[in-house]
Write a protein that binds this ligand. Sequence first.
Ligand SMILES: O=C(O)[C@H](O)[C@@H](O)[C@H](O)[C@H](O)COP(=O)(O)O
Length: 232
Amino acid sequence: MTANMHAFANGAELAGKLADKVAETLSAAITVRGSASIAVSGGSTPKAFFQALSSHSIDWGKVTVTLVDERFVPADNPRSNHLLVQENLLKDKAAAAQFLPLYQAAASVEEAAVIATEKTKAIGHPFDVAILGMGNDGHTASFFPGGSNLKTALDPNTPRGIITMEAEGAGEPRLTFTFSSLQDARLLVLHIEGEGKKDVLAKAEAPGEETEMPIRAMLRRAASPVEIYWAP
Ligand SMILES: O=C(O)[C@H](O)[C@@H](O)[C@H](O)[C@H](O)COP(=O)(O)O
């Protein structure tokens, strides 16, 4: 599939423009289908975007927010993506949105993945919006190089849902939507910032194995165009 580069002068301008685009997309989905869904990534990059989006006046009560991936920690843990979204997105106007967490207080991360898959089925598919990040190792979602379930995660035939991932660079065990769950989002965004990430993207766009830089799966095989939002 294709990738479209949207470059901005700085992170603040990117955050505002991406929030505008996402709000427009969610509103259009509500108009057409009566509801909307968005899966967002964690990490440090999306904070300003979340804050910009939270102030948009859309019918948030009809929007379901979930996570692309999550660390297997409860929402009061500083590493939690749920906490990040709670503090930066689910406030102001967006406080009215429905939120579906991936973390479940289960005996194991495997059990949590089964429960989260069942609970997130209610969202329906495809996502209206999916916001991906990318690590310096070329991971996206929790598709880490060398990850325990990377082959399954990237396999287009893996059923939609949430699987576990363990990898050296991941920290805690992870819960992640699969490639098949994310790749056909109506608006599929890769949000990266900094010259370093631009260099990582250039390497990912060069020939090489998907398992070496898993973002390649999205860039090469996503059904939807990948809208790359970048600022220095
Ligand atoms: O849980 C996570 O960490 C994210 O979902 C992950 O995929 C993130 O998007 C990248 O690691 C980029 O993180 P930064 O924005 O911090 O560079």
